[in-house]
Design a protein. Structure first.
Length: 198
């Protein structure tokens, strides 16, 4: 009887540890990303959040109406998207629209609440914010429709995630796209103090 109890307790503890590992890792990763973002801003260089990371922070995305803010990483490969949304194209040294992709069930779950006219803000490594206004949201089928960024104005921001938000099937063909344009104040690039700038 005691062996059965010991086996049951060991199994339960193992399941508990594995169940808590992913949320624990996500919390720790966000703290490390915040530190790397502050270092990137302070030193004006690419700062990796941990020594073996194959990505680094490139921007901060702020959704004020959803009270949501997140660090945007370089690239969109699977490992980096587990820790935050990734920038596909665009940025301070590049011309053209900015495209950021993220997972629907983690960092980009708040996109479903964005409405036309709401503000989105993007902070660059220099601490400057650029404001955008949501123009539209739409669902596209990645099997039949491509987003041609060459046909978009340079001051466009696209946020892309999988769809539907409540689906348990990962990797479906539908994508939810939020399209926003820079506002007049966003073109001025207001300077805001950051942790690194204090």
């Amino acid at each position: 009887m005691s062996r059965l109890l010991l086996l049951l307790l060991t199994s339960s503890a193992t399941l508990l540890v594995f169940g808590l590992w992913i949320p624990f890792k996500a919390v720790v990763a966000q703290e490390l990303l915040e530190l790397a973002w502050a270092e990137s801003q302070a030193r004006q260089t690419q700062a990796r959040p941990w020594p073996w990371a194959d990505t680094w922070p490139v921007a901060r995305l702020d959704l004020p109406q959803q009270n949501d803010s997140m660090i945007v990483l370089a690239g969109t490969h699977g490992e980096s998207l587990a820790f935050g949304p990734g920038r596909l194209t665009g940025g301070p040294q590049q011309t053209g629209p900015v495209v950021i992709a993220g997972h629907r069930d983690t960092h980009f779950r708040s996109l479903k609440a964005l409405e036309t006219g709401q503000e989105i803000r993007l902070q660059d490594r220099h601490g400057q914010w650029r404001s955008y206004r949501v123009e539209n949201t739409r669902v596209v089928d990645s099997r039949s429709e491509w987003i041609d960024t060459r046909q978009l104005p340079d001051d466009t921001l696209l946020l892309v995630t999988c769809y539907p938000f409540s689906s348990v099937d990962a990797g479906g063909p539908l994508r939810y796209v939020v399209q926003a344009r820079a506002t007049a104040t966003g073109d001025r690039r207001e300077q805001i103090d950051t942790v690194a700038g204090i």
